[in-house]
Design a protein around this ligand. Structure first.
Ligand code: C5P
Length: 400
């Protein structure tokens, strides 16, 4: 989503500065290149060396460093960026910006830049609520800055309230949205995404299901939508809200899901994220089965249709790209590779769902993208970030 985008990240002096390191990685995952400026306070919380190691560039800290100014003047630094991102934006930095002060490298670059500025405030709740800070915020907004608002909760100082740096994934999303208005690389492409579990009814009140929350499939559908794709999201029962801007088809059983997917063809790509129940009961009862009168020890099961395999082998109507997921609890790579061959799809996204990973129902995932002859392993990240990462890979595959 951020391919070719240059981001100047200004890291202010607050405890949330440590999150800037993760932010650098997540922006890079989306294809952005990042340069870092640390304020004096910022350098108290994280070292310039960490920032330099992650960005693969110098960490810029000093306005009066002759070497810095000779190699890369503060004006050039502020101009050679597509976006200036301030995270964490402290009360002090915001006050300087609102008043046009320029007495260190960060504030000078902010005053000198001709590029959009995005602020991610983080501070103590009293500091955030103070009329002075709110006045400065208003000024900065009317000066054209955008703000990723701080979250509420327990702050590092032990107090409760607003002032916590926004989640890294929300900041990445705001940056993508900022650039999204410029480029929609998947405009006009039709996508089918399956998500959530399926429920296979035993009788009117009982069913067989699995633990899928639907979060990963929904996050991917949203990321593809943000890339401009026309997405049909075929979802089993979940507690998530229907994403805006996608065609949503609610289904219950594996057979309903297959029908809905077939009805949505033809498509450019089909991404099967759903955790489909492998089996359904052979004889679904119309009335509630009574304990004692029914033999629950002998519930006969029959195999469900395999949606991914069917779509992978659908002939002329086969989407250009068919992707499946493999939720595994052991030998993740090997099982994923075997699944790729068995299903006939183009890629398998394998992930470890063993209990200790907390992936099932959780907000994070770590994936391996498996293709015919290659694979790539990624660090743990939020399901939202996985959605954006996959959308980027899919875009690179479909748009030459
Ligand atoms: O065979 P297994 O369930 O492990 O394969 C997982 C992949 O296959 C996922 O992409 C899932 O959406 C898809 N699948 C399917 N229909 C089934 C079973 C799995 O589409 N009946």
């Amino acid at each position: 989503m951020l391919h070719g985008k240059r981001i100047l990240l200004i890291i202010g002096g607050g405890i949330a500065a440590y999150k800037a390191l993760d932010l650098i990685r997540r922006l890079q995952d989306q294809g952005a290149s990042v340069r870092g400026i640390l304020t004096k306070g910022g350098s108290e919380f994280i070292t310039p060396l960490s920032v330099a190691s992650l960005t693969g560039d110098k960490a810029y800290t000093d306005l009066f460093d002759l070497t810095d100014e000779a190699e890369m003047g503060h004006i050039r630094l502020s101009r050679e960026a597509d976006l200036v991102l301030v995270a964490p934006a402290t009360a002090d930095l915001m006050a300087k910006m609102a008043n046009g002060l320029a007495n260190d490298l960060a504030s000078t670059a902010l005053l000198a830049t001709d590029k959009p500025v995005m602020l991610c405030p983080a501070m103590n709740v009293e500091m955030w609520d103070k009329p002075a800070t709110q006045r400065n915020l208003k000024t900065l907004l009317s000066d054209g800055a955008t703000v990723v608002p701080p979250g509420e909760g327990m702050l590092a100082c032990g107090e409760m309230g607003a002032g916590r740096l926004a989640e890294v994934s929300d900041i990445v999303e705001a940056v993508i949205k900022h650039f999204g208005s410029e480029t929609k690389p998947l405009s006009g492409q039709l996508f089918i995404v399956t998500a959530g579990p399926t429920h296979e009814d035993i009788d009117p009140v009982r069913y067989i299901a699995n633990k899928s929350s639907g979060k990963q499939g929904y996050a991917l559908a949203e990321a593809l939508r943000d890339f401009g794709a026309k997405v049909t999201l075929v979802s089993g029962p979940t507690s998530l809200s229907v994403p805006e801007g996608v065609s949503f088809v609610a289904v219950r059983s594996a057979r309903d899901m297959l029908s809905a997917v077939e009805a949505a063809l033809p498509a450019d790509a089909a991404i099967c994220v759903a955790a489909v129940a492998d089996y359904r009961v052979a004889d679904q009862a119309n009335q509630k089965l009574k304990k004692g009168q029914s033999d629950f020890s002998q519930l006969a099961l029959i195999e469900n249709p395999d949606i991914l395999k069917t779509i992978s082998q659908v002939g002329a109507n086969r989407p250009t790209l068919v992707v499946g997921f493999a939720a595994e609890t052991e030998n993740v790579l090997e099982n994923g590779q075997a699944k790729l061959a068995r299903k006939g799809c183009d890629w398998i996204i394998a992930n470890d769902v063993s209990l200790q990973t907390n992936v099932m129902g959780g907000d994070e995932n770590s994936i391996i993208i498996i293709k015919k002859d290659t694979y790539k392993t990624f660090d743990k990240m939020t399901k939202k970030d996985v959605g954006n990462l996959l959308a980027t890979h899919i875009k690179d595959c479909l748009i030459k």
